[in-house]
Design a protein around this ligand. Structure first.
Ligand SMILES: [Fe+2]
Ligand SMILES: [Fe+2]
Length: 474
């Protein structure tokens, strides 16, 4: 198969056309990937023409090439951000040494595990979102969904490239397994809990892309500080794409909030629901739920694994190289609120063991900024309602607060009180059924479902009523 033009079939900047071994591995994996995409990717729209951006190079502008594409023909490429000259390991015990271009033997297993865990989230989210096209509130939103989906597919490619190029047979086996697990499957679930939760409605999709994709941003940011340079460069390029996913989530939730506020104003009792919308208080429940699920993804507050990853230089803090002067994190402490003897108390934890918590705190700060913008939108709509984020202790399933009855304000109450108030904090079955009842596809370009405000702008300079998704031409 020497005459295949790899640059056009698999756009890349990793010299694929001259790397026979890698070619063979990817050639074998590609048909399996396409099978997976056709089976588990967006349902019902695989033959539509979708106005998508494709990364074709890392040159300025090259990562955002726009045009109509049928999704199974999307060119999933492999890109590493440009190499930094003389890059040094940013943190831990090897800080200041030249970065590794090959996997150091002593860290091989743990590095593979880190890559597989990140990789697994990419196809998982595609699987979670596969039914949403059928109920898209507009063709603009449908296009954004598919953009996120194909890019999560590309992120899987990016991770599989690392596994194939640097981990030999083990890496190839892991790459195969990434196509074998299924989100929510009882026997072969995805690795992380949030990626096994169903995504049955668009409010969930917007919250997922706002909160769970944002966890991805912070994990990629920590891995961009890795001493294993190919991983760092891969993650830096993925971060450029991730920004759009976060935009889709943040603006999606904002449009639901705006519309909820507008409809409440129209109703004589101030009830958006009576007007066929989603009340702000209901959107709050979705936000609370997905924020809590997403902060679980950072792992335990006090973690020897996190300390080991940092010490080894495999993962750094957010903006480690840029924003910190001291990179050993030794003989330093991080104060956190822990549970001891059934009570909350302050405790100083060795900084390296608090790396998960540091990353989670950076994430929380970022989400607080998003919430301020949402509240500004509510104010603009003349609403007095406001969104708040729950305490980092509320509704946790991982870490030191797991399964303890904290209120959204972070107060420890009895289990009975928690159970009695739970339905006012988190989506109930009835709430979910109501939101599901609103989900109907709106197909006419520029038209929006009743429960969501129109976006201010279209994509890539096009108007909102641009035909972002076209049915197959007869
Ligand atoms: Fe991703
Ligand atoms: Fe994403």
């Amino acid at each position: 198969m020497a005459d295949i033009d790899y640059q056009s079939r698999i756009p890349n900047n990793v010299n694929l056309d001259s790397d026979k071994k890698l070619q063979r591995a990817l050639e074998k994996w590609q048909p399996a990937y396409l099978d997976w995409w056709n089976q588990m990717g967006p349902d019902s729209f695989q033959t539509h023409d979708v106005y998508l951006r494709t990364a074709v190079s890392t040159e300025p502008g090259g990562w955002a090439h726009f045009g109509y594409v049928k999704m199974p023909e999307y060119r999933w490429g492999i890109f590493l951000d440009d190499a930094e000259t003389d890059r040094r390991i940013p943190c831990g015990d090897h800080a200041g040494d030249p970065v590794w271009q090959e996997v150091p033997g002593e860290y091989r297993n743990v590095l593979r595990r880190i890559i597989v865990t990140q990789a697994d989230t990419e196809p998982a989210s595609v699987e979670q979102q596969r039914w949403l096209g059928m109920t898209a509130p507009s063709t603009y939103d449908m296009r954004n969904l598919f953009q996120v989906n194909v890019e999560e597919g590309r992120h899987l490619w990016a991770m599989v490239y690392l596994l194939h190029a640097h981990f030999g047979k083990d890496g190839r086996d892991e790459a195969d397994d990434l196509l074998a697990r299924r989100s929510g499957d009882a026997d072969k679930p995805r690795i992380l809990d949030a990626f096994n939760q169903p995504c049955p409605d668009w409010l969930t999709f917007f919250c997922f892309t706002c909160f769970t994709d944002r966890d991805g941003k912070y994990q990629l940011g920590a891995l961009a500080e890795s001493g294993f340079d190919p991983l760092s460069r891969t993650c830096r390029f993925m971060l450029t794409e991730e920004a759009h996913h976060l935009f889709v989530g943040e603006m999606g939730v904002e449009r639901v909030l705006r519309r909820g506020a507008q409809l409440a104003k129209l109703d004589k009792n101030g009830d958006a629901r009576a007007q066929g919308g989603i009340p702000v208080s209901m959107t709050q429940k979705w936000i609370t739920y997905w924020f809590s699920y997403s902060i679980d993804l950072f792992g335990s507050e006090i973690s020897t694994n996190a300390a080991d990853f940092f010490a080894a230089g495999l993962k750094g803090r957010w903006a480690e190289a840029k924003e910190f002067d001291e990179h050993s994190a030794l003989n330093q402490w991080h104060r956190m609120t822990v549970m001891e003897g059934g009570k909350l108390t302050e405790k100083d934890v060795p900084l390296r063991n608090a790396m998960n918590e540091l990353l989670r705190n950076a994430y929380i700060k970022d989400t607080e900024r998003v919430v301020r913008r949402w509240n500004q939108a509510l104010e603009e709509e003349g609403s007095t309602e406001r969104i708040t984020l729950p305490s980092n202790r509320f509704f946790r399933r991982q870490g030191i607060y797991a399964n303890l009855p904290f209120t959204p304000e972070g107060e420890l109450v009895t289990q009975a009180e928690f159970d009695a108030r739970r339905n006012s904090w988190l989506p109930t079955d009835a709430d979910r059924a109501y939101v599901a009842s609103l989900m109907h596809r709106v197909n006419e370009p520029g038209k929006m479902a009743h429960w969501i405000a129109a976006p201010r702008k279209g994509i890539h300079g096009n108007p909102v009523d641009f035909e972002y998704v076209r049915p197959p031409q007869a």
